[in-house]
Design a protein around this ligand. Structure first.
Ligand SMILES: Cc1cc2nc3c(=O)[nH]c(=O)nc-3n(C[C@H](O)[C@H](O)[C@H](O)COP(=O)(O)OP(=O)(O)OC[C@H]3O[C@@H](n4cnc5c(N)ncnc54)[C@H](O)[C@@H]3O)c2cc1C
Length: 280
């Protein structure tokens, strides 16, 4: 099948992009790397009247440190993050996460902002943003707003983005070198979306600990009691019973086989965070 007809405009600056999305009406859609939108157009699951191509928007293709906050432009591709093209990302865990997304060809085009805006529950950036305490910066012609990632994704393929808004950047709190972390996902084949995924961070205080599972029916789920227990007791706190209990609470209706996948994925992620398993 081929895409239904649409008007196409390519913009080079954020200001002109915001004018275009504001004036093109409700059927406007922004296009970044087109790795998710492209297939949806061809399957006619998306039928925008106008496509605004933002892939040449340089303001969205930067990464910088602003005080204690790491600001990553929404237009950076997965490959640019993986390659640590910007110095501020050179030693950041997100490089490793980027390298696990799909295949290199998709990573060369797909963007951080496109992935978050698409809000696929199995997407890597959604889980990573949740776990690393991200905020997103969203601009319209009238205003710029910052939204915590937990308030950004409202369900599967659903966010608070309005048609006249563009996701501009992702803001991350600084990541102290001593912070332990893990990221583990189970895919049927390398390069495919995860069937089960888990990310974890353990900072200097128990309050900073987070264990989060992705690949749900909607947004990721946090395993707070497990995070607290592991922060206090180390990997010894990640007993099979503690993991099962955390999953029973977080995903009560899940098929028992799926729960087993998640239990393995959580366990392996926690082992990574404690240096007992290599991070891919
Ligand atoms: C075969 C295949 C395998 C994949 N495997 C994985 C995987 O393992 N893990 C994973 O996480 N992803 C995977 N993906 C998805 C991939 O990461 C996409 O790149 C990503 O989901 C979308 O990014 P994009 O820049 O291509 O966005 P686009 O496809 O251009 O846009 C996607 C959506 O986001 C909106 N949008 C894009 N940018 C903005 C913006 N700045 N502001 C507002 N709205 C915006 C668009 O309007 C559209 O609704 C896979 C894709 C394919 C085709």
């Amino acid at each position: 099948m081929k895409a239904a007809a649409f008007a196409y405009r390519r913009v080079n600056s954020l200001s002109s992009g915001l004018v275009q999305v504001a004036s093109a009406g409700d059927t406007v859609k922004v296009m970044a790397g087109s790795q998710s939108l492209g297939p949806m157009l061809n399957l006619r699951l998306a039928r925008p009247g106008t496509l605004i191509d933002i892939s040449a928007m340089e303001e969205l293709r930067t990464a910088s440190l602003e005080g204690d906050t790491l600001r990553i432009g929404a237009g950076l591709t997965h490959a640019e993050i993986e390659d640590g093209v910007f110095d501020v990302l050179a030693n950041h865990p997100w490089r490793h996460i980027a390298g696990q997304i799909a295949y290199r060809g998709i990573r060369n085009r797909g963007t951080l902002g496109g992935s978050l805006a698409h809000a696929d529950p199995a997407a890597d950036w959604i889980l990573a943003a949740w776990t690393f305490g991200a905020q997103v910066e969203i601009a319209s012609r009238q205003a710029t707003r910052r939204v915590a990632i937990q308030d950004f994704m409202t369900g599967a393929y659903s966010t608070v983005l309005n048609a006249d808004e563009i996701l501009v950047a992702v803001l991350l709190p600084q990541f102290p070198a001593a912070t332990r972390w893990g990221y583990y996902k189970f895919c049927r084949k390398p390069g495919e979306f995860a069937l089960a995924s888990c990310a974890a961070v353990f900072g200097s205080t128990p309050a900073s600990a987070r264990v989060v599972i992705g690949a749900q029916d909607g947004p990721p789920r946090t395993l707070d009691a497990l995070a607290d227990q592991v922060a206090r007791e180390g990997i010894a706190g990640a007993t099979p019973a503690a993991i099962d209990e955390a999953l029973a609470e977080a995903i009560p209706g899940k098929d028992p086989i799926d729960r087993k996948f998640f239990a393995s994925v959580v366990r392996r992620c926690l082992e990574q965070a404690h240096g007992l398993r290599e991070i891919a």
